[in-house]
Design a binder for this molecule. Structure first.
Ligand code: ZN
Length: 436
């Protein structure tokens, strides 16, 4: 079966492509891209015989399938928050064709059997490619390193103790060296837990006014600085998760200028919201790292624009209402993100902070590169993983309409512009919303 996507605007940052063209998918791969390639006689013969399916996508944008390199699918162990099934549906609805899921499940993804379980479940759902991220240490307890090679063989795409920092610097050094020898990325959740202890929001003017204990920027910056120093020494790559501070952007920019092989991601809430969002004690806006100040948001936006921040990841953290409908200090950290990440990114494009090409670089091509997976491109021969975006689709975020089990979004009621109206994975349509 062939699929012909006709007349859309094809943007592919991996080959500097941005033009109105046709695209043919054959046997699950990108077979051809060009102008008016639906014309040849051969094609019309196939059309007549029903061997080819045509989708008219004039006015729509066709891009490499989006890749979310930081998501929490919660399974195994926390199925009341999300499952691989519900998370996959939410991911596809948000325009993602690949997601990498963090290991802070129960049990933690620290052994081959958990990695294989996630892969098996994801394959059964068959809606998005799921790349399990295994933990750096057993139980993510920061003491004993996991079996990196075994986990890689089982299908792990990266290592991270996300949710917690690797406090032991020697363990971090060994992890970086060993992961690098296996050509695997280490993703660092940077938080000095001595400095963040007891805090439930950003430390500053607003936390003082609200009477809540704060988490200072230095809790993040100090560990980023340490990790950069270690990665510089070991000469290995290092990926920094969910950057939220101006100081972090500065540290990463300086490190890159010095040739340190560091990459970084931020999440949409860090370039969209400030700690002012907590004035109503909305527990859905309680995240870790916390929402910061306007100076930090501005720095994150600059970092996205100048390439200091390579990727935008959802940090999708679904929680049950029982986790969130409690006193602010007791509420869990995290917000859902799979279904709002793209559109919040598109707001940056509308505000001329970054270009559409830059956004796609950060939501597809770059995360694929960092994870070392063969995605994020529409090159001939690549897997036909494609997202179709309608830039003019106006919609309003409705918490109850989210596919994710987690309804914990602070963007409920926000008027949005732009939507993923279709995802195609391996040449098969997985999500469709408003395409005739
Ligand atoms: Zn984290």
């Amino acid at each position: 079966m062939m699929l012909l996507l006709r007349g859309g605007r094809i943007i592919d940052p991996s080959q500097n492509l941005d033009a109105q063209m046709d695209l043919i998918i054959e046997n699950g791969k990108i077979a051809k891209i060009g102008k008016n390639i639906h014309k040849p006689d051969n094609t019309s013969r196939k059309l007549a015989s029903g061997e080819i399916n045509i989708l008219d996508l004039k006015g729509k944008v066709i891009v490499p399938g989006l890749v979310d390199m930081h998501t929490h699918l919660r399974e195994p162990g926390f199925e009341y928050r999300e499952t691989i099934q519900t998370g996959s549906v939410a991911a596809a609805a948000g325009g993602f064709t690949s997601v990498a899921c963090m290991p802070n499940t129960n049990p933690v993804n620290d052994t081959r059997s958990v990695t294989e379980y996630i892969k098996r479940k994801a394959a059964a759902c068959n809606l998005v490619n799921v790349y399990p991220i295994a933990s750096i240490s057993m139980g993510s307890e920061g003491a004993v390193m996991t079996e990196f090679r075994d986990l890689k063989d089982a299908g792990a795409a990266a290592f991270s103790d996300d949710g917690k920092p690797v406090t032991d610097s020697a363990l971090m050094r060994r992890a970086l060296e060993y992961a690098s020898s296996l050509d695997m990325p280490i993703i660092s959740h940077c938080e000095d837990t001595y400095l963040s202890a007891g805090g439930s929001m950003n430390e500053g003017f607003v936390s003082t006014e609200l009477g809540l204990q704060g988490i200072p920027n230095i809790a993040e910056d100090a560990i980023i600085a340490r990790d950069i120093i270690i990665a510089d020494y070991t000469g290995t790559t290092l990926h920094i998760a969910h950057v939220s501070t101006a100081g972090a952007v500065r540290l990463i920019r300086d490190a890159k200028e010095r040739g340190v092989k560091v990459t970084a991601e931020t999440a949409p809430h860090y370039f969209t919201l400030t700690d002012e969002a907590l004035r109503g004690f909305d527990t859905c806006a309680k995240v870790n790292p916390p929402l910061r100040t306007i100076e930090d948001v501005t720095a994150i936006r600059e970092g996205l624009n100048d390439g200091t921040i390579d990727a935008i990841a959802s940090d999708h953290a679904p929680h049950a209402s029982t986790d969130k409908e409690v006193e602010f200090e007791y509420a869990t950290f995290g917000m859902t993100g799979l279904e709002t990440s793209l559109v919040l990114g598109l707001r940056l494009v509308d505000d001329s902070i970054i270009t559409l090409n830059q956004l796609l670089l950060k939501m597809s091509t770059n995360p694929a590169k960092i994870l070392n997976i063969p995605k994020g491109t529409l090159k001939i021969g690549a897997d036909a993983d494609i997202t179709v975006i309608d830039l003019d689709n106006h919609w309003t975020v409705d918490r109850s309409g989210l596919r994710s089990k987690g309804k914990n979004t602070p963007f409920n009621g926000w008027a949005m512009k732009g939507k993923a109206i279709m995802t195609i994975m391996g040449g098969i349509i997985k999500h469709q919303d408003g395409v005739e």
